[in-house]
Design a binder for this molecule. Structure first.
Ligand code: CP
Ligand code: NVA
Length: 305
């Protein structure tokens, strides 16, 4: 593993290594055992979109590893004024030991990796959110003690989070059911890639427009905002279309009795999920958010250590 750009590009072995190291690093951090595995290393963090969790968890994680995190808003660096990815990648490779980037186009992340000479981590694009899903898998493993054979139901928009869930579940052998409204289904190429991995891992993929069918007997119920960053103009139309896909008490009752609820956050209570569910006893959203940090520390150590 040279970069973390798409979960389809890494192996099951890579994922297991990340999850295993996340467990060790989380334990060490909780016990106050110093783990300066990236002493003297610098991570550049380019943000072209807003962030709370990704920024703070990478920044604090890098600090805990003894390294230095450098926040680079695209509004402040020349990339935002039209400097090419080619030049940016070459220049930053001379200063940094790794780059985390949150941006719009997946191809910009790929180009950064292609033209630079240091590891690149995808901190979210319009197409994917791999760090989030690795943290989700780690959280599910902590709560359920296994991944293989479980069923995850994702209800809502066929977006970046849904795409990386398809990739991630297919790799680890979890069944995944995705329910989206018509016209908001997942990207065809991503589905194809997930199906390839599912054929190997034995995971079953169900794509449907029926939320009840998706949630039936699920071990994990997952949703995300109906309006992703960059889609603000579509907000009103989307709310109307997605209302039947709200995760509420009625829909959640179709899942297994001990199902857990996940949401990558930020959440919009009363829209994609009701308060009753997201703030209820089966919601593990804050453990999930915390785990972003532990998992990303493992990713950084494996790529930059
Ligand atoms: N889940 C997630 O990536 O959150 P932020 O947008 O706050 O980073
Ligand atoms: N789908 C959301 C995820 C935010 C972490 C977005 O892209 O805005």
């Amino acid at each position: 593993m040279k970069h973390l750009i798409s979960l389809h590009d890494i192996t099951l072995d890579d994922i297991n290594k990340i999850l295993g190291l996340s467990e060790t690093l989380k334990k060490q951090q909780k016990e106050g055992i110093q783990h300066h595995l990236l002493k003297g290393k610098t991570l550049g963090m380019i943000f072209s979109k807003s962030s709370t969790r990704t920024r703070v968890s990478f920044e604090v994680g890098m600090y805990q590893l003894g390294g230095y995190p450098l926040f680079l808003s695209s509004a402040d660096i020349q990339l935002g004024r039209g400097e090419t990815i080619y030049d940016t990648a070459n220049v930053l490779s001379r200063y940094l030991d790794g780059i985390m980037i949150r941006t719009y186009k997946q191809s910009d992340v790929e180009d950064l990796a292609k033209y630079g000479s240091i590891p690149v981590i995808n901190g979210l694009t319009d197409l994917m959110h791999p760090c989030q899903i690795l943290a989700d898998l780690f959280t599910i493993y902590e709560k359920k003690g296994t991944l293989k054979g479980l069923k995850l139901a994702y209800v809502g928009d066929g977006n970046n989070v849904a795409h990386s869930l398809l990739h991630g579940c297919a790799k680890v052998g979890m069944d995944i059911a995705v329910a989206t409204p018509k016209g908001y289904e997942c990207d065809g190429q991503i589905v194809k890639e997930a199906q390839e991995d599912a054929a190997e891992s034995g995971s079953k993929i169900l794509l449907t427009n029926d939320p009840v069918e998706a949630v039936a007997d699920a071990d994990v119920v997952y949703t995300d905002t109906w309006v992703s960053m960059g889609q603000e103009d579509e907000k009103e139309a989307r709310i109307k279309i997605f209302t039947p896909y709200q995760v509420n008490g009625d829909l959640f009752s179709k899942a297994k009795k001990d199902a857990i609820f996940l949401h990558c956050l930020p959440a919009y209570r009363g829209f994609e999920v009701t308060e009753e569910i997201i703030d209820g006893p089966q919601s593990v959203i804050f453990d999930e958010a915390e785990n972003r940090m532990h998992v990303q520390k493992a990713i950084m150590v494996l790529l930059m250590g």
